[in-house]
Design a protein around this ligand. Structure first.
Ligand code: ADP
Ligand code: MG
Length: 498
């Protein structure tokens, strides 16, 4: 820095000898620019710091907010929604069950034949159907008629391998990943549409009622026995295979977590205590916030330009929708203020969300000696060509800063849940293991992210406690999990038990 100031003085003094001055100025400028770019990067890195002491504070804040959200409706930024799921699959489930997974531009229908502890999943089949765009903004009846018709067709193509005991009604678990105020395990009012859907006459309606009436119109005799979201589906899918699963975390486009709470530890629950004594809580943890979160100016600016300003602050620091965009914002600042990519700011770099997290991940994982992948991503996506190895290395460093912060904060969030459940310490004589079911494209495909998250959780828990906590990938919980929940909340269950 000192050198650059001296240099500038020299340049001013040498104004009479224009040609030479210009050359000196240019040389000074380019080394000064690099230093300025590095200063921006270093400052960002410093602000993103997540030492263990800070992560402990974040975890404690998560635990405190969990308590507050359970105490009263609106008591915290964490909604801590009661899911009405009080029975998770045990593995004993038997029979034929269906699931419908609706949460984006495609929906999936699935059937599964369960054979109890011995037979497990005897057979499963699914079909994916895309939703024509005009149905995403039409009427509720049009959308649900379309879905019910696809479901009826799917049922009509059933082979002999799938069979329902005579006289029984078909049962379906419905994964509906939009904001819903649930009234019971099988009913819930749609609060609002997201992800490009806008069907006004469905808002405020019981979404299970809408589907059920459409199935009736199509002559399909099927009953929705569980309405859940993808996080709860993942929890159920994880629990089916491993009885130690106590929580599920989704790290995909967005992020969320759900876990099994003791019903008596939910002050805002005024209903009868469920027989199992348990209640699954949908945390909606993407909306978590805390003064201990290492927020930077880039996070603030990103937030200010989103549709949901001030909301989902945790999600905006850790989930797949945003990580690439944070990288873009820092690169943009380096280009704008320090000519990191030359004298002109690359026009593509100015477009929000052009740099997506899978691109960032590909650059971050580049192991070629000349960082070929980084070079080609910069060229293909941002139209920045001929980058030097030195520049590429810094881009990788930036990806690492953003991904590391996200992974370590995710680990702190998980520690918060374990703390709430008293599972962050080894108690005398207690050998009970716990497992966390994980799913989502970010967790699944961004291996530097997931390995950092897992090693950070180990670091936070210490060696001994770590041995009792497993992190598992629960593949496609949201589909199979809903069918399993349809089974564990079957209308025929009580009859069988008595
Ligand atoms: P959704 O969360 O939309 O239900 P997924 O769980 O499949 O869907 O997650 C998709 C998200 O995962 C993408 O939006 C992206 O952010 C992230 N993702 C997908 N592939 C990769 C990848 N190779 N590297 C990093 N992130 C990825
Ligand atoms: Mg998903």
């Amino acid at each position: 820095m000192g050198k650059a100031v001296v240099g500038a003085t020299v340049v001013c003094a040498a104004v009479v000898c224009a040609g030479a001055a210009l050359y000196v100025r240019h040389r000074m400028r380019s080394s000064g620019k690099w230093a300025r770019a590095m200063a921006i990067l270093n400052e960002f890195e410093e602000k993103c710091g997540t030492p263990i002491s800070k992560l402990q504070l974040v975890a404690d804040a998560m635990t405190v907010e969990m308590h507050a959200g359970l105490a009263s409706e609106g008591g915290s930024k964490l909604k801590m929604l009661i899911s009405y799921v009080d029975n998770l699959p045990t593995g004993d489930e038997e029979g034929l069950f269906y699931a419908l997974d609706l949460g984006g531009t495609n929906f999936r229908v699935l059937r599964i034949q369960l054979g109890g502890k011995e037979g497990r999943v005897v057979k499963q089949e699914f079909e994916e159907v895309s939703i024509p765009p005009h149905l995403m903004t039409g009427t509720s009846d049009e959308l649900f008629d379309y879905i019910a018709e696809a479901l009826a067709k799917f049922v009509a193509t059933e082979s002999e391998d799938f069979h329902l005991p005579p006289g029984r009604q078909k049962e379906l678990g419905f994964t509906f990943s939009f904001p819903v105020r649930q009234m019971s395990i099988a009913s819930g009012n749609l609060l609002k549409w997201t992800k490009g859907f806008s069907i006004e006459d469905a808002v405020g309606q019981d979404i299970v009622g809408e589907l059920t009436r459409a199935m009736e119109r199509k002559g399909l005799d099927m009953r929705v026995t569980a309405l859940v979201n993808d996080t709860i589906g993942t929890l159920a899918g994880g629990r089916y295979y491993n009885n130690d699963v106590i929580a599920a975390v989704i790290l995909g486009t967005g992020t969320n977590a759900a876990y099994v709470e003791r019903a008596h530890a939910i002050p805002k629950w005024h209903g009868l205590l469920p027989k199992s004594g348990d209640m699954v809580i949908n945390m909606e943890w993407g909306n978590f916030r805390s003064s201990h979160l290492p927020l930077t100016e880039y996070d603030q600016e990103l937030d200010a330009e989103t549709l949901n300003v001030g909301e989902q602050k945790f999600e905006k620091m850790i989930s797949g929708m945003y990580l690439g965009e944070i990288v873009r914002r820092v690169l943009h600042k380096m280009a704008e203020e320090a000519a990191f990519f030359g004298d002109v700011i690359p026009p593509k770099l100015q477009i929000p969300f052009v740099l997506r997290t899978p691109h960032m991940s590909a650059m971050h994982h580049d192991t070629s000696p000349d960082l070929k992948v980084v070079g080609s991503k910069l060229k293909d996506i941002l139209e920045i060509s001929n980058t030097s190895l030195k520049t590429r290395k810094k881009v990788v460093e930036l990806c690492d800063i953003v991904a590391t912060r996200a992974a370590r904060l995710s680990a702190a969030g998980i520690l918060g849940i374990l703390k709430k459940l008293g599972k962050d310490k080894v108690r005398d004589g207690e050998k009970q293991k716990s497992a966390i079911a994980m799913d989502g494209g970010l967790y699944e495909h961004y291996s530097k992210f997931s390995s950092c998250m897992e090693s950070t959780l180990k670091e936070l828990l210490g060696e001994e406690v770590s041995k009792s906590i497993a992190i598992e990938h629960s593949n496609d919980g949201s589909g199979i999990g809903a069918a399993l929940l349809a089974a564990s909340h079957s209308q025929y269950l009580e009859v069988e038990e008595s």
